[in-house]
Design a protein around this ligand. Structure first.
Ligand SMILES: N=CN[C@@H](CCC(=O)O)C(=O)O
Ligand SMILES: [Zn+2]
Length: 431
């Protein structure tokens, strides 16, 4: 057989387990790493994985020499707020002065400041801005990601955000899984009647389903935002319409959103910095993935991080994400999050790799198609300019990717400043 591409001389090929369920507990510490490997690609799929010696006999149109470096599946970022207007650098001084995140929100800043900008910017402007972030995200080795709405808090702008996500996804350069986060904050015009606002968001669900604008729904369950009861109501309404659910849970105060997520069978519970012991136990006995966001804890200047060790040691499934957004974590760099996971969450390199590949894929319903490299799987992969897989969490704050492939096509390459452009309707213009 003749192949489109063969990658030879791979020092370490990272092969996270293809698993029906997210990897849990001890299993997260096991990672298959094949030394002296090669792989072949045809029709966008991995067709063969073997040793470098065997690869000599393989015929391919293009031969890439990995020069003894590392190849992994494309990373999966399962929690981002990709589409937003404006920026919030003015809030930095407030943070430095010690004003808490929820107080900034209470004063009409924070999320509500981004809501004002997102409402006022055109769909085109939001698309162009988010496209730049997608290019960055891709350059850091991510080939599948999630993107939430939540800066509209009204029908018009929530749908505008979701349409931008849909168009970016249609570009094909990376897969973007959409989430409706209508109940992300209470807008000023609804301050007097949060229940009515929540109902307004619930009433949007049929249209979002009909137009296939989101796969998941999400809600910010937090003091001064939405209560456990309101979150339950929103989740039940989502489930009735066939959405799977996510929740921003126990980020600042331990309200019990982690337990709620497990009880309702949510696909993920995200943040969990303040998750209780009961919440951690509930995670261990459910298939809900704990999506941890150490970049947010770092950026909010806090000292206490999510208790990843207790979660993994008690048998839970953990994934890692950037939480890229304009307020609480302004970075597109998932590699930086891998370093924070090592330093602040005390996760091992093996756990970290599983958390940004197979488990993060499960956290967004892509466990069967993303986050692994097997014969027959889509050729989404990254060539890393590092000597071994432990090196990425270790050497932090830089980009170690040297080439990113999506479905067998090179979509980003070091040294080429803009390797693709996204056409508004038809997809990739150039590579
Ligand atoms: N915590 C709630 N929502 C976002 C932050 C949004 C913002 O500050 O703009 C988060 O996940 O961190
Ligand atoms: Zn978030």
């Amino acid at each position: 057989m003749s192949f489109d591409t063969v990658i030879r001389n791979i020092g370490q090929l990272i092969l996270p387990a293809l698993s029906e369920q997210p990897l849990k507990g001890e299993r997260m510490g096991q990672l298959e790493v094949k030394e002296g490997a090669a792989l072949a690609i045809a029709e966008g799929e991995i067709k063969w994985i073997g040793s470098n010696e065997e690869a000599g006999a393989i015929d391919a149109q293009e031969v890439l020499d990995a020069k003894g470096k590392v190849v992994s599946p494309g990373l999966v970022d399962p929690h981002t707020h990709l589409v937003f207007g404006g920026s919030r650098e003015e809030e930095m001084a407030l943070k430095q002065a010690g004003v808490p995140y929820l107080d900034i929100l209470k004063q009409g800043g924070g999320i509500l400041s981004t809501v004002r900008s997102t409402r006022s910017e055109s769909e085109e402007a939001l698309f162009e801005k988010a496209k730049r972030s997608v290019e960055r995200i891709l350059s850091y080795g991510v080939t599948t990601m999630e993107a939430k709405s939540g800066y509209g808090l009204n029908k018009e702008t929530e749908l505008k955000q979701l349409r931008v996500v849909k168009r970016l996804n249609q570009s094909g350069v990376l897969d973007i899984v959409p989430t409706f986060l209508g109940p992300h904050a209470i807008p000023p015009e609804s301050k007097a009647d949060p229940e009515a606002f929540l109902q307004e968001m619930i009433d949007l669900l049929p249209e979002i389903k009909q137009e296939q604008l989101a796969e998941f729904t999400d809600i910010f369950c937090e003091t001064g935002v939405f209560t456990i009861e309101q979150s339950r109501k929103f989740m039940e309404a989502s489930h009735k319409l066939g959405f799977q659910t996510k929740i921003h849970a126990d980020e600042i105060d331990p309200l019990g959103g982690t337990e709620l997520a497990c009880e309702t069978g949510s696909i993920s519970a995200d943040h969990l910095v303040a998750a209780s012991d009961e919440g951690i136990k509930a995670l261990a006995t459910s298939d809900t993935v704990a999506v941890l966001l150490p970049g947010t804890t770092f950026y909010l200047g806090k000292d206490t991080y999510a208790n990843a060790r207790a979660m993994i040691d008690s048998g839970a499934s953990v994934a890692l994400a950037t939480d890229f957004n304009p307020g609480s974590c302004v970075t597109e760099n998932l590699q930086l999050i891998m370093s924070l996971a090592a330093l602040k969450l005390k996760m091992t390199p093996e756990e970290i790799w599983n958390a940004v590949t197979v488990n993060s894929a499960h956290a967004i319903g892509r466990g069967k198609t993303a986050g692994t490299l097997k014969t027959g799987s889509q050729a989404d992969l990254v060539l890393w300019d590092v000597p071994n897989y432990k090196y990425i969490p270790y050497h932090y704050g830089v980009n170690h990717a040297s080439l990113v492939m999506k479905a067998g096509q090179i979509v980003w390459k070091r040294g080429e400043s803009r390797v693709f452009s996204v056409s508004q309707t038809t997809g990739i213009d150039t590579i």
